[in-house]
Design a protein around this ligand. Structure first.
Ligand code: GDP
Ligand code: MG
Length: 163
């Protein structure tokens, strides 16, 4: 069985862009509109000699009756339950939000391996803004740029360590 990595995080942090980067696909919908990815999305990841399954989250069905927030929470819980490791994506440029804190709280209680990825870090790899994310209690943030392909290999190696 290949290890499973789930990508979780609030809308618009770059989960689907990271999914595409990890799977080499254009399947996950990436847009300026938060939450556009239609549903939880599985893909085959291949990087640095590792083969793994990736789950993208954060989409919603247009006819979803539960409401977008409930639906995103449901997807996150389900993906985390299925995963061997979780990549918690935050937005280095936007900084911390209340939603990041909520997700962190959930992940700390989930008993899974979690790696924190501070995305949109192109040109800011050693930025002082990184320090803020320690507050989440998830450990050291890894600076990545999903759009530019920076820090991705280190992130995957860290996520799969001991899995
Ligand atoms: P999701 O809602 O978390 O799946 O986020 P998306 O992958 O759809 O990306 C949301 C927005 O952030 C899009 O406009 C992306 O182009 C942009 N984005 C994603 N990754 C990066 C990155 O590494 N750097 C920058 N500057 N923008 C990014
Ligand atoms: Mg998405």
């Amino acid at each position: 069985m290949k290890p499973v990595i789930a990508l979780v995080g609030r809308p618009n942090v770059g989960k689907s862009t990271l999914f595409n980067r990890l799977t080499g696909s254009r399947d996950a919908i990436v847009a300026d509109y938060p939450g556009l990815t239609r549903d939880r999305h599985y893909g085959d990841g291949k990087l640095a000699g590792h083969a793994f399954i990736v789950i993208d989250t954060g989409g919603f069905e247009p006819d979803c009756t539960e409401g977008i927030f409930k639906e995103m929470a449901r997807q996150t819980r389900q993906a985390v339950a299925e995963a061997d490791a979780v990549v918690f994506v935050v937005d280095l440029r936007a900084g911390l939000s209340a939603q990041d804190h909520d997700i962190a709280k959930y992940l700390r209680s989930a008993n899974k391996r979690v790696v924190l990825a501070a995305n949109k870090a192109e040109g800011m790899i050693n930025a002082p803004q990184l320090a803020e994310f320690y507050e989440l209690g998830i450990g050291q943030p890894v600076a990545i740029s999903s759009a530019h392909g920076q820090g991705i290999r280190s992130l995957v190696e860290l996520a799969l360590e001991g899995v």
